[in-house]
Design a protein around this ligand. Structure first.
Ligand code: C5P
Ligand code: MG
Length: 159
């Protein structure tokens, strides 16, 4: 059993006016658009969940929560993340830290960095100092798009 394992996850969603924008378990106030998605479209939670699964070579969230299954419609992405965390725990690992980059042109998210980090830390049972949150614009190349990339280091749960 490896002492450490690296995970990587990504997610992207198209954005449309009149929808809520969820990122990291937070509803972003004043967002001009939100994700078009089968679930709540929280690209941060989806990418983090995929990063956890990838570290243990467990595939991706689409295998566990297919978007063709009506039972998953409107599912709270925090539930998806918790189930993925359980799957990694069952294999004897836990996340030690996560680092994520959100690429989004509007709205600016800098003022919410600490809130997003705290929300993720709570969901992952990590100290907030172990959750790195970065924001980038697409420089106008993807105005109606949110993209998230996440890495995580997993360690043995019993250490
Ligand atoms: O992408 P760019 O380098 O132009 O981003 C400049 C700054 O804007 C970064 O410091 C980033 O934290 C911030 N930003 C933000 N909210 C976004 C995108 C970028 O606060 N949605
Ligand atoms: Mg998604």
């Amino acid at each position: 059993m490896l002492a450490y394992r690296i995970g990587y996850g990504e997610d992207a969603h198209r954005l449309e006016a009149g929808r809520d924008l969820w990122l990291g378990g937070l509803k972003i106030p004043g967002a001009p658009h939100g994700a078009v998605a089968h679930s709540d479209g929280d690209a941060v939670l989806h990418a983090v969940a995929d990063a956890l699964l990838s570290a243990l070579a467990l595939g991706d969230i689409g295998q566990y929560f297919p978007d063709t299954d009506p039972a998953n419609a409107g599912m709270d992405s925090a539930t998806i993340l918790r189930r993925c965390l359980d799957l990694t725990r069952q294999r004897g690992y836990r996340p030690l830290n996560v680092a994520l980059v959100v690429t989004l042109d509007r709205p600016k998210l800098g003022a919410l960095r600490a809130d997003i980090a705290a929300s993720l830390a709570r969901l992952l049972e990590l100290d907030v100092a172990e959750v790195g949150v970065s924001f980038k614009t697409s420089e106008g190349l993807a105005l109606s798009h949110v993209q998230v990339r996440v890495t995580t280091l997993m360690g043995r749960a019993d250490v």
